[in-house]
Design a protein around this ligand. Structure first.
Ligand SMILES: Cc1cc2nc3c(=O)[nH]c(=O)nc-3n(C[C@H](O)[C@H](O)[C@H](O)COP(=O)(O)OP(=O)(O)OC[C@H]3O[C@@H](n4cnc5c(N)ncnc54)[C@H](O)[C@@H]3O)c2cc1C
Length: 221
């Protein structure tokens, strides 16, 4: 299942099978000056199915967020073979989904009940950080940018425990026009750390620390 099914550059989305690899996707997208933004070190072998199911993110996540922030629709196969289509749902659409036949209806009913009844507890327990967890992200089922019911945040990061993703519609991001790498040398690691807050004011995609771990003096036979 490694096909790129459809791309719509005007509307900014692409539809893929879960076995598509991140580099494969970005090579396909590059001529149109867009990319799939979550950036992983194993990009030449990480599949989109794996990225969705670990809600992976990497360098650039402070600007681009996690994989779940770029998922528009997921098509999933449930334990009984039923196919579930998951998109962001306004209250009226959610009511319709709750009337669906099979176990899909129960999923929408139960998840809505749990996240609505336990809102305060979820708010209290889940840390307010962008890269704090992988797992069942109950906090974002409603607490997303659209404030709609969105099961995709629960499916993302569920490591295949809830359903098998068979298709994903993903949001595309314009490729940055320019990239700059700035190298700053510090005497100690602590000096570098203490500047982190000041460096963040420049809104970098990422800050990396390269440690000179081995200082070698002397000769080798
Ligand atoms: C909890 C966790 C968090 C991670 N977070 C990051 C991160 O933030 N950044 C990073 O660079 N790497 C992260 N990784 C490493 C991550 O595994 C790789 O970055 C990459 O996304 C894996 O790609 P893969 O194709 O090898 O996936 P796999 O290792 O094959 O799959 C990853 C997980 O997704 C499930 N899965 C795969 N395809 C589907 C599917 N179609 N339907 C349902 N479930 C499926 C698998 O069962 C497995 O649980 C994380 C790994 C784990 C276990």
């Amino acid at each position: 299942m490694n096909r790129i099914i459809e791309s719509n550059f005007k509307e900014g989305w692409v539809c893929v099978e879960p076995g598509v690899v991140l580099d494969q996707l970005n090579e396909h997208l590059a001529p149109n000056k867009v990319f799939f933004a979550p950036d992983l070190s194993p990009s030449n072998r990480a599949t989109l199915g794996g990225m969705v199911n670990t809600d992976a993110c990497g360098k650039g996540s402070r600007i681009y967020g996690r994989t779940s922030d770029h998922v528009l629709e997921l098509t999933c196969v449930l334990s009984n073979g039923e196919v579930l289509e998951s998109v962001s749902l306004e209250p009226e659409a959610l009511s319709e989904y709750k009337k669906k036949p099979g176990i899909s209806a129960n999923i929408f009913k139960i998840v809505d009940k749990v996240v609505s009844e336990k809102t305060d507890l979820i708010q209290e327990v889940f840390p307010k950080m962008s890269r704090f967890m992988t797992g069942y992200n109950l906090a974002k089922v409603y607490g997303n940018s659209e404030n709609n019911f969105n099961l995709n945040y629960l499916l993302s990061g569920s490591e295949g425990t809830l359903a098998v993703v068979s298709k994903a519609k993903l949001r595309l991001t314009p490729l940055p026009k320019h990239k700059i790498l700035l190298v700053v040398k510090y005497k100690t690691f602590d000096d570098a750390l203490s500047d982190a807050e000041m460096l963040l004011k420049f809104d970098p995609a990422a800050i990396g620390v390269l440690l000179e771990l081995i200082e070698f003096q002397g000769s080798v036979d």
